[in-house]
Design a protein around this ligand. Sequence first.
Ligand SMILES: *[C@@H]1O[C@H](CO)[C@@H](O)[C@H](O)[C@H]1NC(C)=O
Ligand SMILES: *[C@@H]1O[C@H](CO)[C@@H](O)[C@H](O)[C@H]1NC(C)=O
Ligand SMILES: *[C@@H]1O[C@H](CO)[C@@H](O)[C@H](O)[C@H]1NC(C)=O
Ligand SMILES: *[C@@H]1O[C@H](CO)[C@@H](O)[C@H](O)[C@H]1NC(C)=O
Length: 456
Amino acid sequence: MVRLSAPLVATFGLFANGALGALEVNLDDPESIKSTAEQVAKDLLTFYRGDEPGWVPGILPGPPPDGDYYWWQGGAMWGALLDYRHHTGDKQFDDIITQAILWQVGPNKDFMPPNWTASMGNDDQAFWAYSAMIAAETGYTDPPPDEAQWLALAQAVFNEQTHEDRRVADGRCKWGLRWQVYPSNNGYNYINTVANACYFNIGSRLARYTSNDTYADLASKTFDLIQRLGYISDAYDVYDGAHLPDCTEINKAQFSYNAAMILQGCAFMYNHTNGAEPWKTRVDSLVDRMLQIFFPNGVAFEPSCEPGNCNADMESFKGYMHRWMGQTMQLVPETYSKIYPVLKTSAAAAVAQCTGGDNGRMCGFHWTSGAFDGKVGAGQQMNVLGALISLLTPSVAPPLTNATGGTSQGDVNAGSDQSVMPSFPPITGGDKAGAGIVTAVLMTGALSAFAWMSMD
Ligand SMILES: *[C@@H]1O[C@H](CO)[C@@H](O)[C@H](O)[C@H]1NC(C)=O
Ligand SMILES: *[C@@H]1O[C@H](CO)[C@@H](O)[C@H](O)[C@H]1NC(C)=O
Ligand SMILES: *[C@@H]1O[C@H](CO)[C@@H](O)[C@H](O)[C@H]1NC(C)=O
Ligand SMILES: *[C@@H]1O[C@H](CO)[C@@H](O)[C@H](O)[C@H]1NC(C)=O
């Protein structure tokens, strides 16, 4: 059930020798990093059609079979572009970013638009909340007062995911956040790291932004849960998750974004608590282990799929890892000397393989060989964008809080408390094959890397 995305046309052959127009950068020069990042951001947006008539704002073409990308990856892309903006001061994409995010907030202002119900995972919803949180933390232009506000959007998602309807009622995995929102979705009984790590990450950031201890307590409780279930091992390996009833048969696949979103959350908690334990030990241990697992020879590598086939979801993980490790250097300055040199060798390798596509500078996913791998994509561009800007993070303004200039309006009661009922958009003419198609969509939908493991 792992979806293998159809390779886009490979044009490697055309440029194999001359590397015409290949991407270039001087990583010792912040201005060079910025101008190369601008090129990569523009090339990233060539995959986006949502600002053209007849396309839906906010999303990348999809979901399969209509295009390569699930709903969540659009949300992730706006986060990457907001980070790009914060690191470079480049505001040229503001209109497109604001329109995209606000289009997808949905009727309850909680990033649950009915169009995407059939594949709504807690992690998918959270990736949109990340983008709203980045907007709040970087002082991005607030929406008009009658629209949803950045901070309130993140609070809405967090509040809904705190709700017992989304959680395991009892037993060994009690209080675990389920992967899927709706009981009828495959993966509802998969209690995975990513859903809980997303919640942890948003909670840690709301704690720091608002200084409301409830968020810190819930974040802390979540870290303890993930660790107690064994999803974070004693060696600080971060595993994928396990099923009900008892969450004991752990799928030990390690994906970079899981470890990185936990690391970033720990960095926020560390900073919020003024460097207190246990957050310092957690940050240091995760950094050490991640450098071993995900950066063989100093270049980002996705060990659980890169030797075989990564899908379009997985093909975007390296960029998050770079950005979130970059922010760790900022919030936990002591980690700089360990992290920075590795992000730099990794970014150099990332740029070196960007010799593909019609323009001769598009990027592939594999960074270790130094050669373009023949397949372009939004994830591929997002990864290189993340690798470039993460080198600038230590010198840009740290995330704002409501006491240091953050202006985004919050709402502690945001979100719907309506209980979660199975509900699906009507089957349209396109779904002629009926239930079989719906089932296939459910099984491959959402942040679907492991949908196939989640057949309950
Ligand atoms: C939902 O789908 C309709 C029909 O394709 C589209 O017009 C609308 O923009 C979509 N809304 C969202 C939030 O995706
Ligand atoms: C928290 O982050 C700020 C901004 O980068 C940094 O100056 C400060 O030293 C950090 N706090 C701790 C305890 O490391
Ligand atoms: C920040 O938010 C917290 C919790 O909502 C509130 O108690 C505090 O007064 C706010 N601080 C400022 C400076 O607005
Ligand atoms: C802190 O957050 C909790 C959880 O959302 C909320 O119930 C409470 O009202 C908040 N407290 C303040 C002072 O804003």
